[in-house]
Design a protein around this ligand. Structure first.
Ligand code: URA
Length: 432
């Protein structure tokens, strides 16, 4: 690789210029190997955040991040492979029922997942609430389970896109996360390196998401679909609502319990609906458009795959989930109709109770979380329970309480009335 100057590269981007392929390759490679310093990459990330990157620059940046590690070869897997990625939301436990559901319909789901950061939860943290569940698998275990069970949800090893691992941690402490090209290349470098043949992106929009507006979410979705397609991964993106939490449970063990309810044929309607929409998209992208996820759910085949997946990863599907020692109810202060439950405020309450982390290496509590007793559109009487806070650490309650109280808006009426709210539009747009 030619020897370039990090200062020149930073200056070019700072002044609004376009980086060349060799400059991008050299910076990403040097940063991964430690010859480009943290402060230089931080300055470049800030320049990118402020100046943006062209589609060609974003594509090369993604290519360089993939090239920083290994790219898995799943061509030996007999079934078509398809994965789903969510950009992160509150109460978004969809991966848990979706991976076994799609596997029960004939695809293989190689899901390398992440941990939660800030108010958004992480799939690995949720699964680790299951007694015994292992998220760190060896390559051979990952492949064997993909063949035998069809669904694996585990941590990405150190060898996949190591440049992203290092850069994401740096962006997190330098206020440079919220850049569309950096988010798109971060997500897609990991998904492309994972080797999946097809990918469905669930791009969340609303207060509980990274992307607060439909325009920003559409820009991110478009960038990711282009990157996936350019790398031979059939990629589809749905923009979905994250102004309100998904389902009733927000946390780790509580979300696993809700996911199991869904697999058993129950669960909140919004979780079931979005799971089925995503399953149909995944199966179509995998080349199985005639597969029937409704039937796989109703027959219990999805639950069978869930149990097999949990057992293969050393979890006990029959073990009771851990429960919190302390609970507190937030009660309605007036009679009326619940007109809003804000996702960010509920995510913040769950995080303050211990369900999430402030820094990447912080521990999370499996039992901490929030249960919504009322959801938008529900009638409510003064004194009815609205939100339940759960934690093992009562000292956390005073910080969580105001966020949970502020999350719920009640439109007062003389008596609790049948709601007149428009139905929630879960899927806002689709890009392919
Ligand atoms: N998730 C990622 O993996 N990367 C980002 O940059 C943001 C969310």
């Amino acid at each position: 690789m030619p020897s370039l100057s990090a200062v020149d590269v930073i200056r070019t981007k700072r002044d609004g210029g376009t980086l060349t392929d060799p400059e991008i390759d050299w910076m990403v490679d040097g940063y991964t190997r430690g010859t480009v310093a943290d402060e230089q990459m931080a300055a470049l990330a800030m320049a990118i955040l402020l100046r943006g990157m062209t589609p060609a620059e974003t594509a090369r940046w993604t290519h360089a991040m993939i090239a920083s590690g290994e790219r898995l070869d799943l061509s030996g897997v007999a079934r078509p492979t398809v994965d789903k990625h969510s950009t992160g939301g509150v109460g978004d436990k969809l991966t848990l029922p979706l991976a076994p559901l799609v596997a029960a319909c004939g695809a293989a789901v190689p899901q390398l997942s992440g941990r939660g950061l800030g108010h958004t939860g992480g799939t690995l943290d949720k699964l680790e609430a299951i007694p015994g569940f292992r998220t760190a698998l060896r390559r051979s275990e990952f492949l064997a389970q993909l063949h035998a069970v069809g669904a694996v949800v585990c941590a990405a090893g150190e060898s996949l896109a190591p440049a992203d691992r290092k850069l994401y941690a740096l962006r997190d402490v330098t206020a440079t996360v919220e850049s569309v090209p950096l988010i798109a290349s971060s997500i897609m470098s990991k998904k492309i390196a994972e080797g999946t043949g097809a990918l469905v992106l669930d791009v969340k929009v609303g207060s509980g998401a990274f992307m607060k507006t439909v325009e920003d979410a559409r820009e991110l979705a478009h960038a990711m679909v282009s990157l996936g397609s350019a790398h031979g991964v059939r990629t589809v993106a749905l923009l979905t609502d994250m102004s309100t939490p998904l389902g009733r449970a927000v946390g780790n063990a509580v979300e696993v319990a809700e996911a199991v309810e869904v697999l058993a044929g129950g669960g909140p309607a919004d979780v079931v609906e979005l799971m089925l929409v995503l399953a149909r998209e995944m199966l179509a992208a995998a080349g199985l458009p005639d597969a029937d996820p409704d039937a796989a759910l109703a027959s219990g085949r999805a639950m069978d795959v869930w149990r097999a997946m949990v057992a293969a990863q050393h979890g006990d599907p029959d073990a009771p989930l851990p429960t919190a020692r302390e609970t507190e109810l937030i009660l309605a202060s007036r009679t009326g109709v619940v007109s809003a439950v804000d996702a960010l405020a509920i995510g913040t309450a769950a995080w303050r109770l211990g369900a999430g982390r402030a820094r990447q290496d912080d521990p999370v509590s499996p039992v901490a979380g929030v249960l919504l007793h009322r959801r938008p559109g529900d009638p409510v009487r003064r004194g009815d329970p609205l939100v339940e806070l759960r934690t093992d650490d009562p000292a956390r309650l005073p910080a969580a309480r105001p966020a949970a109280e502020a999350a719920v808006t009640i439109t007062p009426t003389a008596t609790p009335t049948v709601p007149t709210l428009p139905p929630r539009r879960l899927v806002i747009d689709r890009l392919a």
